[in-house]
Design a protein around this ligand. Structure first.
Ligand code: ZN
Length: 400
């Protein structure tokens, strides 16, 4: 298979080592309901996992939930509820949405709060090497000590700070030696949950959570590390710094795979802007097949704008595919052969997960089935259609 690697900025051959593929995907922070942007990200990896398994590879798919984080604490306060209750409730909603979208469960769905000792182990190793420092019970990574910092995002040092500040960095934290240094352990604040640590009670920083969970389940080198495009910097850059320096093993991830953002009504779809298309609301009026076809009709690296009217078009396609799969097969003469389209479908996914081209091949099979002479035997083409549709996570169930 060929995949675009954010690290090298090019499409490269991706070959599993010993037939095994370890995939780590940064999951949700559960304070927010699943929207089309989330669905686009996580269903992209769903298709990747399904495709690799179909090719005979043994895949271990890990996704995390950031169940302790500044956003959760803030939101819990706003809603006047316990932070862990909020996290549990929103995680359950997200998982229900993903099930309703016919997404496979990850092999390991892991929570940050269950891996605090592993995070502390990494921090201890970084402190031992002089790459981190403790101030007033908080621990920071000293970015200037790591000459590799920036190798994923390729941002110049002066470009880093504005981006980091937009994405959770506190440049004016008086405990820091440099504004770009990032927090790995945050000393206890009144009213916040805490864990014991060698540096006093506190809670983990966001980036250390993913380093710890990725390496616990997949080892020092992850084959494919994924997430939304907005995680490239600082989140994934910081993960590399923590992971590679603590283990001495490079690379932390062989392929960095990022999914583009989805716009809506002229802006990036986001909770803060309030321009959301919620997965649960889409599924009230439409099938998971229609929604998935619409999402996957966009290539995962292309930023696109969600348009409610386009969903109707893809609902029609979903009906056509289901009709073709269920079309009564009486003919016994010429065997309808969908081998050519099948090859095109597989070649499309093999080429950097080109789902739009794969969908076109699928639609061609459906049309061939529906237009075949009555005496033709369409059963093999129907089996091919069902098989290929399942790789895209489609159920081919007719809407009731
Ligand atoms: Zn992460």
């Amino acid at each position: 298979m060929r995949l675009f690697n954010t690290q090298t900025q090019s499409v490269e051959p991706f070959a599993p080592v010993n037939g095994h593929v370890g995939i780590y995907v940064c999951g949700v922070t559960p304070y927010d309901t699943t929207h089309a942007g989330h669905a686009f990200t996580f269903l992209t990896y769903d298709v990747l996992v399904r495709f690799l398994r179909d090719q005979g590879h043994d895949v271990t798919y890990v996704q995390n939930v950031t169940d302790i984080d500044d956003d959760i604490l803030r939101k819990a306060k706003e809603r006047d509820m316990a932070w862990d209750e909020l996290a549990r409730e929103e995680t359950a909603k997200y998982r229900r949405d993903m099930t309703n979208l016919n997404a496979l469960d990850p092999d390991h769905y892991v929570a940050a709060t269950g891996h605090v000792p592993e995070m502390q182990d990494i921090i201890v190793r970084l402190l031992d090497q002089g790459l981190a420092y403790v101030t007033n019970g908080s621990v920071y990574f000293a970015v200037e000590k790591d000459p590799d910092f920036g190798k994923l995002s390729r941002l110049a040092p002066e470009e880093m700070l504005p981006v980091a500040n937009e994405r959770g960095n506190f440049p004016d934290d008086p405990n820091k030696r440099a504004p770009i240094d990032f927090i790995m352990w945050q000393a206890a604040s009144p009213g916040e949950p805490t864990w014991e640590s060698p540096w006093g009670p506190g809670r983990p920083g966001w980036h250390i959570e993913c380093s710890a969970m990725a390496m616990k389940y997949l080892g020092s080198t992850v084959d494919i590390h994924g997430g939304g495009y907005d995680l490239v910097f600082p989140h994934h850059e910081c993960e590399i710094a923590q992971s590679e320096n603590s283990t001495g093993v490079q690379p932390f991830a062989r392929t960095w795979m990022h999914v583009a953002m989805v716009d809506y009504q002229g802006d990036k779809m986001s909770k803060s802007l309030g321009n959301l298309v919620l997965a649960s609301e889409v599924l009230e009026q439409s099938s998971s097949d229609a929604f998935r076809l619409y999402l996957h009709s966009n290539h995962y690296r292309t930023q696109w704008a969600y348009d409610d009217e386009r969903l109707d078009f893809w609902a029609g396609v979903a009906v056509e595919l289901a009709e073709a799969a269920e079309f009564p097969a009486y003919g016994v003469d010429d065997m309808l052969d969908a081998g050519r389209q099948r090859n095109r479908f597989m070649a499309a996914l093999d080429n950097d997960l080109d789902t739009p081209a794969a969908i076109e091949a699928l639609r061609e099979i459906a049309r061939a089935i529906l237009q075949a002479p009555e005496e033709d035997d369409i059963r093999r083409a129907q089996a091919t259609l069902r098989h290929l549709a399942s790789i895209l996570g489609l159920t081919l169930v007719s809407p009731a």
